[in-house]
Design a protein around this ligand. Sequence first.
Ligand code: GUE
Length: 286
Amino acid sequence: MSHAPEDTRVLPGRELAAALRGETADRASELAAAGTPPHLAVVTATADESSAWYVRSIARAAEKAGLRCTVRDLGPDVSPDTVRDTLKEVSGDPAVHGVILQTPLPAGAVAQELASVIDPVKDVDGANPLSLGRLAARLPAFAPATAEAVMALLDHHKVELEGRHAVVVGRSTVVGKPLAHLLLDRNATVTVCHSRTRELAALTSTADVLIAAVGRPGLIRAEHVRPGAVVIDVGTNPTQDGGLTGDVDADSVEGRAGALTPVPGGVGPVTTALLLQHTIRAALTL
Ligand SMILES: Nc1nc(=O)c2c([nH]1)NC[C@@H]1CN(c3ccc(C(=O)N[C@@H](CCC(=O)O)C(=O)O)cc3)C=[N+]21
C-alpha cells in the first residue's frame, strides 16, 4: 500500500524581507543623521508590467526604510544613447549611491552594454559586466539582487547546498548565470538548463534544489521534480487579472516537492529588500 504524499513545505520570503528591511532602515537613519542619506536611482525605459510593478515596489520600500529613491522613467520609445547618457549622469552624481537599470529595454538596447557605464561601486543590481566577472572570479562585487535573494532564501530556510545537485532553469545575465556562480561558491554541483535543453524533465528531476528562472508560467510541473526536492520559483509573470504567477505550477508539484517558494511572497520581496541593502552598503563605501 502506498502512503499519502507528504505536504510540500512553503518557504515564504516576506518575513526575511521584513528583517532585512529593518536592518536597512536602521543603517539608513544613521547615514541620514551623518548627512549622507542613502540614495538609489532607478532608470527605466519600458512599459513592461512586471518591471513597472517592481519600480513602484522599490520606491515604496525605499521610502519606508528612509532611503531616497529617484525614478528616471524615459518611456519605452527612448534611444539606447539616451538611456546611456542618463545612466552616466546618475552614476556620476555624488549624491547617488546606487543605480539600477530596469529590464526589459527598448529594441536595439543591450542591457549589459548600457550598464557598463554604471560605476561598479554603485552597481547595486550587479548589471555591469565587470560585476558579473568579479562575481565569477570570487572578488567583491554586488550580485544581482534576484540571484542573491535565492541564496538568502535557501540560507534562511536552512537548505543544504554542499555537494548537492542544484539545477537552474534559465541562463539570463540577471538571474541564471550569476546564480550558477553563487551556488558553485557554496559547493553545490550546478547544472544550467535553458530553452534549447533536451530532456529537461530528465535533468531537473535529478535536482536536490531546483530553481526556475525562465519567465514562463507553469513551465515546471510534477514530472520535472524529484520527490522531496526544494523548488525555488523566481518567475514573476503577470496574470490577466492583474496578479502574479510563477514559473512553477504549484498545484502540480504540491505533494511531490519537499518545499516550494510561493509567488507572490517568495523571492520577490527578498529581491527588493536586498536591493536596498546593497544601496546602504554602497553608501557606506562611498
Ligand atoms: N534590472 C532588473 N532587475 C530586476 O530584478 C528586475 C528587472 N530589471 N525588471 C523587472 C523584474 C521584475 N522583478 C520583480 C521583483 C520583485 C517582485 C515582487 O516583489 N513581487 C511581489 C508580489 C507582487 C504582486 O503581488 O503583484 C512578490 O513576489 O511577492 C516582482 C518583480 C525584478 N525585476
